[in-house]
Design a protein around this ligand. Sequence first.
Ligand SMILES: Cc1cc2nc3c(=O)[nH]c(=O)nc-3n(C[C@H](O)[C@H](O)[C@H](O)COP(=O)(O)OP(=O)(O)OC[C@H]3O[C@@H](n4cnc5c(N)ncnc54)[C@H](O)[C@@H]3O)c2cc1C
Length: 527
Amino acid sequence: MEALLKSIFVLTVAIIFLRYLGCNDPVYIETVNPTDPISLPSGIHRSVLIVGGGLAGLSAALELAERGYNVTVKEASPMLGGRLKSTEAEILGETFRVDHGFHALFYNYYTFKDVLHRLGINDNFQRWGANHFRFRTYKDEVVESKGPYPFNVIATLLKSPNFKVSDIFGILRISLFFAYYNHDTVYQRYGNITFDEWAEAERAPVWFADTVLRPALSVTFNERTVLNAAEILMYSHFYFTGDEKADQRLIAKVDHRTAVFDPWEQRLKSLGVKIDKNTFVTDLRFDKDWHVSGISPCSQESYDHVILATDLSAVKAIFTKTNQHFPRSKQVNCILKRLQQLPLAPPYKVLRVWFDKQLSSTHPPILQTPEFHPINLVVQYHLIEEKSHEWSQRTGGSIIEFHLYAWSFGDVEDRNVWTKIAPTVKDIYPEIFVKNFKILGYFVHSGKEFASFPASLEHIRPTVNFPSECGVTNLNLAGDWLHTDYPSALMERAVSTGRIAANQVLLSDHVRQAPTLVTSNFGPGYI
Ligand SMILES: Cc1cc2nc3c(=O)[nH]c(=O)nc-3n(C[C@H](O)[C@H](O)[C@H](O)COP(=O)(O)OP(=O)(O)OC[C@H]3O[C@@H](n4cnc5c(N)ncnc54)[C@H](O)[C@@H]3O)c2cc1C
């Protein structure tokens, strides 16, 4: 009976997906001005200020510098990279470049991959295969999309040790939903409800929602109870069903400063980009036509265009301060009012520990642990990064990173973070305690820059050119906190909004826009 039901299941999923095999190839956002020149004509000079040297800002800088613009980047920190920057840490008398946290780059990151290609740094990355999950209430899952639609989806579901034949109809309903995913309507229909409300309304089988869909909630850095359903449905499309290879990942072989930001900075400098680090921009200055003319603290400088590519909290702070200088400006008020409605996600921490021993080889290098709050992800760095590997070979030790999202323990001194999480670590890796691993070194990154994506606010989330809706036409936004009309998230949203912001600048100067390849707005069932 079970075999019969499974066969019916395979056949039905196959019919759902197979009808329009391969119909969700990536698409180019149309260049609006294909007949305009590719670069600024000689004799024409245009200046652009980019505030923020993270992925979004650097993406815009690369595009505009290559088209002949005078680009200046102002970055508050002493180094580029934003949430992907690498800090130097002295551990046991050695210098390690410690990334802000492990990052994975996915198959659908078309704009980011284009940048890596243009910088000639593809070789700094390696493939990361299957996705390993450990749960408290379910059996361990190993997820990897293999083969074309619909066989990849069927194989993944049937391979799941948590799969229950009695849930077949529920899974078919959800498969149908993703086969017919529509980015144009998903935010209107599900942006106002939480993911939990959606799962209940769709009668999604509980194990399926917990083990397949909900794990994506944690990587948004949001609290799972508030996150809107549309955002998480978009994640599922973007990272799994949006392309049969969507779950393929690349990870850096070395720290991201060496792999990405040093070469990127060199390229920008070779194109004449001025990079001012340690420059904290506090507010914007306007001319009488409500064009941004400059910034504080560099009020003597003026620019034709400005791109604000800082994180949400910084954009809010800059507009709050700007509002103090222009309290009666309806333009500034219009922007600030919108920003003030957008909340931030809870703080997070990333703890990297140097141990004197190594875990047994049965543990995967990268493990997601969505039910072990506050630990969401554990990475054995000595198994994936060259410098850490070399250190572990020499010493017999290991370097393990713990990602602690939606941190709810309040202010805790760095040296006490391990004590707080040790009981949870013990549940995941009892071996560390049984074999009495000794801590040799310790590094903590703390942050609170992520935007929250709660239900009911998606209709007001700004897009790149939102300032123009308020009457400020030479200002654009870029960053991972914005809404995009195409599926995107995290690093790809940062890099692609940087390019879209650059495209706004190019369009206004009659220079041809850059092509932008994006994930299809539709699931594989659509024509
Ligand atoms: C631990 C961790 C793991 C992650 N893992 C992944 C992953 O696996 N895959 C993925 O796709 N994404 C991941 N992300 C998310 C990814 O890092 C971000 O989405 C992306 O880096 C955001 O880039 P951004 O340019 O939008 O913003 P940011 O990187 O925040 O850049 C903004 C820049 O603006 C600067 N700035 C702020 N205020 C000012 C000011 N007043 N004046 C001047 N400069 C200012 C900041 O210093 C910063 O450099 C992860 C993030 C973290 C923290």
